[in-house]
Design a protein around this ligand. Structure first.
Ligand code: MG
Length: 169
């Protein structure tokens, strides 16, 4: 692992179901922010698709096992787990591999709710979890233009790329 830079890509999708009586959805959490909404992710952990995609991008960049291998969804220890735990474990693995986060860019795609009021807080949460300046973390919110499952508000989808810089580079 001698490259001065390493790039990682992460992707996640969670099905969104109604929350409340009889509903399978958990409260909607994205980037560590709980968002008032009538639907939420079906998940073993807290279902934070944004933190899951960021975690996988970090792990991918250092060619480590992915989030599902490190934190299996059939392990009771991960039941309802705060996804910040996964993010911080990945950040530690990056550090142990001799790299630091240069910058990351993520795109969250969902039809509703609007994410713009929460973006700054999400960025701050991710930056804090990684121990980097908030300017190293970018976030974009998109809709799916009412097309397919994401466009019908049946899922939330996240893409993330991260650039790592070797500590001595
Ligand atoms: Mg996930």
């Amino acid at each position: 692992m001698t490259l001065p830079y390493r790039i990682g890509h992460g992707y996640d999708l969670h099905r969104l179901e109604p929350i409340g009586e009889g509903g399978l959805g958990r409260p909607l959490v994205l980037g560590g922010v709980e968002i008032e909404h009538d639907r939420g992710p079906v998940a073993h952990s807290d279902g934070d698709a944004l933190l899951h995609a960021v975690t996988d991008a970090l792990l991918g960049a250092i060619a480590a096992p992915d989030i599902g291998q490190l934190f299996p969804d059939d392990d009771p220890r991960n039941e309802s787990e705060d996804s910040k735990v996964f993010l911080e474990a990945a950040a530690q693995a990056v550090h142990a591999a001799g790299y630091r986060v240069g910058n990351l860019d993520a795109t969250v795609i969902c039809e509703r709710p609007k994410l713009s009021p929460f973006k700054d807080l999400m960025r701050a949460n991710i930056a804090a979890g990684l121990g980097v300046e908030v300017g190293c973390v970018n976030l974009k919110g998109k809709t799916h233009e009412q097309v397919d499952a994401v466009g019908r508000n049946e899922a939330v989808e996240v893409h993330c790329v991260v650039l790592l810089v070797r500590d001595d580079a």
